[in-house]
Ligand binder design. Sequence first.
Ligand code: NAP
Length: 335
Amino acid sequence: MFNGKSILITGGTGSFGKKYVKTLLQRYQPARLIIYSRDELKQFEMQQEFNDPCMRYFIGDVRDGERLTQAMQNVDFVIHAAALKQVPAAEYNPTECIKTNIHGAENVIRAALANDVEKVIALSTDKAANPINLYGATKLASDKLFVAANNMAGGHPTRFSVVRYGNVVGSRGSVVPFFQKLIAQGSDHLPITDVRMTRFWITLQQGVDFVLKNFERMYGGEIFVPKIPSIRIVDLATAMAPDLEQRVIGIRPGEKLHEIMCPADDSHLTLEFADHYVLRPTITFASRQNHFETNASGEHGVPVAQGFEYNSGTNPVFMSVPEIIDFNRVAEAES
Ligand SMILES: NC(=O)c1ccc[n+]([C@@H]2O[C@H](COP(=O)([O-])OP(=O)(O)OC[C@H]3O[C@@H](n4cnc5c(N)ncnc54)[C@H](OP(=O)(O)O)[C@@H]3O)[C@@H](O)[C@H]2O)c1
């Protein structure tokens, strides 16, 4: 599906973007792979690693609609990964987070429509489900924009969908590199915010593969959620440093005990497929099909029970300490 195609990735120098590029280059022969991000140094470093003739590096900000429109000329597919995603930074700099995550999303939509891009997938997060922090709230607003954009398409062929998933093992600024740093520094303990805390757990490669698959599955308007395991943070700490004391420091601002991917209030919209869920749009699309039970790949989904919630605390699939060790080892080898 990606052979001979032009693909643009906003935030292409980030954890997701680099893995995505690596995977695409291994499996397909795209015509052009365009990296769109702000920092020239990150792009320079990425060019040392990825210098295939199809690679293009564009400096640009998603806040700059004109630049985005120019960058998307003759592009077939867009993956929108650029975001400000640190919860505390978003709380302290709310307008900056809104400009990048919400206004940036609007710009991506307008640029994609203006260039008749075929398909756009925007990355979202479990923090966007019933959000309690600004990062999650901006990502929910972004999700809503991308879903509703299918109604703005008019005569344009462009279709927009969202992929929502949980904690990526080892991504920049996440708990695994934080614990690794403390262990390497010889810390006498690992800080645990709350012994009850759980998180969804996914490797970068699983995230990338899920996004690739959903380009085939999408009609436009879906929020795709993968079925993935949960971990307890205390089990993660034990897996990484079995002999280190675990010291409870209390929950941080904007943090939840458990994350949600499919809220109970959306259960009437949620369909269960073999390896994922789909949140159907709350709105009806004009002059479009509005049935999502069978996706574009021919897979069938069934409605979940009323009140069903996909929550990291009640997830039927939890990893044990040995399983977390294996899982993290695989994630590290893949990175
Ligand atoms: N990591 C996770 O655990 C996780 C979990 C669920 C969902 N997600 C979502 O997945 C996406 C990618 O995350 P990631 O882990 O790859 O993030 P990341 O490693 O922090 O990368 C973010 C990328 O966005 C770019 N960027 C930031 N602001 C920008 C702007 N205003 N204009 C253009 N580019 C901008 C950054 O480059 P410059 O700074 O050079 O611009 C960088 O390339 C995000 O949308 C995030 O919400 C992540």
